[in-house]
Design a protein around this ligand. Sequence first.
Ligand code: MLT
Length: 328
Amino acid sequence: MKVLVADKFEKAGLEGLAALGCEVINRAGVGTDKLGAALTETHPAVLVVRSTKVPAGVLEQAEGVKLIIRAGAGVDNIDVGAATARGIRVCNCPGMNAVAVAELTMGLLLCCDRRLPDQTAELRAGRWNKKEYGKTGAGGAKGLKGMTLGVIGVGAIGQEVIKRATAFGMRVVAWSRSITPQHVGALNAEFGGTDTPALLALAARADAISVHLPLTDTTKKLFNKTFFDAMKPGAYFINTSRGGVVDEAALRDAIAAKGLRAGLDVFEFQPAEAEAGFESPTAKCAGVYGTHHSGASTEQAQGAVAEETVRIVKVFKETGRFENCVNA
Ligand code: MLT
C-alpha cells in the first residue's frame, strides 16, 4: 500500500508505516500547488497531511486515493465535502495533541498577565524595568489565582485546559453547544450554558476567555464585536483553535478601546506553509501575544499523532475499516 506524506511527519511515524509494509513516499513540504501533480505521479492509496491544504482541485487529481489522514484534530484544511463526493474517506487524530495545546494556552494566559515577551524584549535591548513589570493595579499583573476563566468548547483540549486552569486556582466556567451541567460538574467546572445569550453572559463575567472550538459555518467569526463589547475591560482573550472563529478587526478595536489583551496561536489569513512572510495587523498589534500555530508542536504531541496515524493506516490495511472517520 502506498502512503504519500505531504507534511513534516515524525521519524517514528515514517518508520511505523514502513514497518506495516507500506511504501512511504515522503514529500514533506510539497505544498498545495504541487500536491495534485505528486498524487498523479505516485498514485497513493493513503494521503497524510498536517497543514497542507487539500482543496477540491487537488482531489480531482487524487485518482486511487481511498483515505486522507489529517495528522491532527481539525480537518478544515481539507475539502471534506469534495472528498466525500469522490468516495474518499477523511480520518483525523482527535485528542492526540490536546495536552500540548492546553500547555500553550496556559503559556499565553501567563503572557497576557505577566507580559513575558515584553519583559524579555526589554532585557534583550539592555534595559532593566522592574518599575513597569513589577507594578500592580492598572496595567500590572493581576495573577491567575482567583480569576474566572471561560472555557469555550469542552472537547479534549478544553478538558485539558480546565484541569490546568483549576490547578492554577482559577474558577472555570465552561460553555459549549452540547454540554450538560452533569458533564461539566464531572470536569470540576461550572456550567456556563449552551446558547448565544449564555456565551455573552460568560463574556461579561469572565476575567479571561479561552476558545477551543472547531471552525465550522456556525463558529465562523463567533467572536465578533458583540462578543468583545460584552467582555470586561482589561480581560484576556486566548485563541488556540482556528483564526476564522475571530473577527480580527473587532478584536483589534476592543484591544484599543478597552485594553483587552489577547494570546493568539492562530490567525485568519495565516500561511499554510511552515515558513513564509506574514504581515498581519493583528499579529503586530501591541496587546497581542502571538505564536505561530505551534500549539500542537511538541515532541510528546507529534509522537502521539504519528502513532495514531500509523494505527489508522494499520487498521485500514488489515481490515478496510476507517478509524476516526469524519465523513463516514
Ligand atoms: C489540530 O487541528 O490538531 C492542530 O491545529 C494541529 C496542528 O498544528 O497540526
